[in-house]
Design a protein around this ligand. Structure first.
Ligand SMILES: [Zn+2]
Length: 178
């Protein structure tokens, strides 16, 4: 399995994680390769050789920040839309295989369920995912995909008997997170 989708093995504890300079929430460490892959050229030109962190707050425009460096990167500094910071479509949820919130919801509307998680998991197991250079968070997308599936099922409110009960709704799988 590709390391980008393995559980993080970082030694950093919550207390040592630095705070986003704008929203004051703790950031997640990202590898330099993620910034190098996703920053627009003028933004990349001011990248410094220091650890950067990803701000996970949906309403905060900051994407990356570093404690030691002056450089802070906002949504506009990236080549891609940061799905978890967007409310309007298109909202990417899986960067490697091109799933968006719309494509996930469309499948649920059509078939009553989503095969996105299964499909992505199969690609991950085959060593095809590259979240570290595609996903702005630098981490596996499955958490965001699961969230989009649950929202879609809740919004599209499947009528009983109209469609097979999606796996994501059964209690045994509802807490599943990869
Ligand atoms: Zn922030």
């Amino acid at each position: 399995m590709s390391s980008c989708c393995a559980l993080p093995a970082r030694k950093e504890t919550q207390t040592t994680l630095p705070l986003c300079p704008e929203c004051r929430r703790k950031g997640r460490r990202v590898e330099p390769v993620t910034l190098k892959a996703l920053l627009l050229p003028p933004a990349l030109a001011r990248l410094e050789n220091t650890p950067y962190h990803f701000c996970p707050t949906p309403t905060c425009p900051v994407v990356y920040f570093a404690v030691e460096a002056e450089s802070i990167y906002h949504k506009k500094d990236l080549k891609v839309r940061v799905g978890l910071k967007e409310v309007d479509d298109p909202i990417p949820v899986c960067y490697c295989f091109g799933h968006t919130r719309t494509s996930v919801w469309e499948e649920i509307r059509r078939t009553g369920q989503s095969t996105a998680v299964q499909s992505i998991t199969a690609h991950v197991q085959a060593g095809r995912c590259a979240c570290e250079v595609n996903n702005p968070s630098g981490a596996c997308c499955l958490g965001e995909v699961n969230k989009a599936v649950k929202e879609g099922i809740a919004r599209l409110g499947l009528k009983s008997g109209a469609a097979p009960v999606p796996e994501a709704l059964t209690p045994a799988r509802s807490g599943e997170r990869v």
